[in-house]
Design a protein around this ligand. Sequence first.
Ligand code: ZN
Ligand code: ZN
Length: 377
Amino acid sequence: MKSLEDILPEIVEIRRELHRNPEISFKEFSTTNLIEETLDSWGLKFTRFKNLQTGGYCEIGEGEVIAFRSDIDALPITEDSSHEICSEISGVMHACGHDFHTSIGLGLLKYFSENKNELQNKLRVIFQPAEEAAPGGAELLVKENILENVKSIFAIHVDPTLEVGKFNIVEGPVQASSTSIQIEFNGPGGHTSKPSETVDLINVAAFYVTQIQSFIQQKIDSRETIAFAFGTISGGSTHNIIPQNILLRGTLRTHNNNVLNKCLTLMKTFTNSFADLHKIKIDLQFPTNCPATINNSELTKKFIDFMKSEGNSEKLILDSKPSMGADDFAFYGLYVPSLYLQVGAKGSGTLHSKDLVLNENLIQPSLKTTIGFIKNL
Ligand SMILES: [Zn+2]
Ligand SMILES: [Zn+2]
């Protein structure tokens, strides 16, 4: 038997090692090796995924499965070199705190391997590659049957705006969906002196941009959140040729997966009618589509009750709004009850920036709380 305090120094050291050696999505080779070697040294079995080159999972205990998702990838960002614990890989940085998520996943396994009698269920820690990619790792792991026998799954995400030791929990939607949209307009093209003899594709595309946004807005309940915007528009080569091709790219975000599906159907309907009206071809694609992350109400209540029972009500933030960011953790929640918690990590900088420095002291309260919660599930 070992206490949390006994194992903490090793977990902190692992976090530092991970931070110095970040790897981008689907390339987490040395990270995966580090996880495997660490588990090996603790006498625990690491299982790799069949069809992925990185990531894997580890299980302890018997019975129904409580799963914990640790994402393991970093971002293509060059870290500010003044940071005390700093990336040693040029152009890559753990700028979303997944080094913490990975070390906390390992910490849970270490703790429960030393205290097996405290575990009522089987614990499966999933070391998921490529959370930052789209499409990301979660969707692929679902196909690898990672949710087999899972009765609930949860994950934490560091929050640099929240004091260390605090936990933010949102009931219902916690992260937005994110769908990328690609629309290609194809027309006959022609001379700008005779737009009436062809289709003035730039005019038509401009009309499409404004019309589709208001069409969607009019058809969706105004109490629902939608962020629908275009990021690029390209086409044409010079001032006196009407182009044959225009490409638009954008994203749609919602907090409700039914609304998401309705929006996608509306876009198809609108686009087909619009193409008919203007006698052009429009190819509408959704290259990536990540659903919204919805916290299960029963698990949310269990977490709140757990915090209260531990006398930690004041550490719980309950009134925050859901984020417009997305996390592919959402895919697990489509199949099993899921819970996504944000943990206080206040240091400096923001997520996905070179300035981010998270407070290492978050490891202790995060592990203490997740260990306690797993015992209560
Ligand atoms: Zn991120
Ligand atoms: Zn992240």
